[in-house]
Design a protein around this ligand. Structure first.
Ligand SMILES: [Zn+2]
Ligand SMILES: [Zn+2]
Length: 269
């Protein structure tokens, strides 16, 4: 099993543990690296986002912990950057690109904060059309990675979280494939995200198999992340994820570079 996770939340956003508790958990599991990625502050000030002041404290605390644990584990300070957040002002080690909200007429609606809220979003903003909703989602995600220099694409097919989207519909598939082909040009590393499995919402990770095929065909690669909100779930579905990627034609490559700063990472291509 790979010995790192680059999608980790703490109490600074919507995680349940402190950064130190997460690091201790990672050390106890023999990890070589742990990357923190709390949710960026955004103007819509959601329950899951960091506050402006928390953003500063989080960054300082993780930098101090990285020093403290030097030689034990590599601790990296990243961020899960929402498409509505703008360019970060802090010197993050890496950036995860994510879109969690759809904005219309100055109002923001969450995509993944509950099944009922997603239904209401689609009803109110798209007249009930999940096709139109997912098209806008993929457009927003594509614009996000084109606009900001990001290192990993988070949960690329997030709208499918509650199994409400018509994943078999060719119109959905075309929009998703087209987005992947464009995104790969700007940010070729996608995560295989097991977070919704940890929360009992899905039985398969993001991205779904047809998108894995598209990523591979477009020359993209994958990193396994647990989108961890509870330290007990830090390696949820990691072994299965390796089998899943192998079954879909990917090969494991150790000691790879994530970006100009981070090396020694396991990547699948
Ligand atoms: Zn996310
Ligand atoms: Zn996350």
């Amino acid at each position: 099993m790979q010995k790192h996770n680059f999608h980790t939340h703490t109490r600074y956003s919507d995680g349940h543990d402190t950064p130190r508790q997460m690091i201790e958990e990672a050390v106890s599991r023999g990890f070589t690296a742990l990357g923190f990625s709390d949710h960026s502050y955004a103007w819509f000030e959601s329950y899951y986002s960091m506050s402006p002041e928390g953003t500063q404290r989080c960054f300082r605390e993780i930098r101090a912990l990285a020093e403290e644990y030097r030689g034990v584990i590599d601790v990296w300070c990243g961020i899960e950057l929402d498409g509505e957040s703008g360019i970060p002002t802090l010197d993050y080690d890496y950036i995860l690109a994510a879109v969690h909200e759809i904005v219309r007429r100055g109002e923001s609606r969450p995509i993944d904060s509950g099944e009922e809220l997603q239904r209401k979003l689609v009803q109110d903003l798209f007249g009930g059309s999940f096709i139109d909703f997912t098209k806008v989602y993929f457009e927003n995600l594509t614009e996000h990675v084109m606009r900001n220099k990001t290192d990993i694409v988070a949960h690329v097919d997030l709208p499918t979280k509650y199994s409400l989207c018509p994943e078999e519909d060719p119109r959905y598939r075309d929009a998703a494939r087209e987005a992947v082909r464009e995104i790969v040009k700007h940010c070729p590393l996608f995560e295989l995200n097991t977070g919704a499995i940890a929360r009992g919402l899905r039985t398969v990770p993001y991205p779904t198999p047809f998108l894995l095929d598209e990523i591979r065909a477009a020359g993209g690669s994958l990193i396994i992340n647990s989108d961890c909100h509870y330290r007990a779930k830090l390696t949820c579905w990691f072994d299965e994820a390796e089998d899943y990627l192998t079954a879909h034609g990917f090969t494991r490559h150790d000691n790879q570079r994530l970006n100009g700063r981070i090396s020694g990472v396991t990547i699948w291509r």
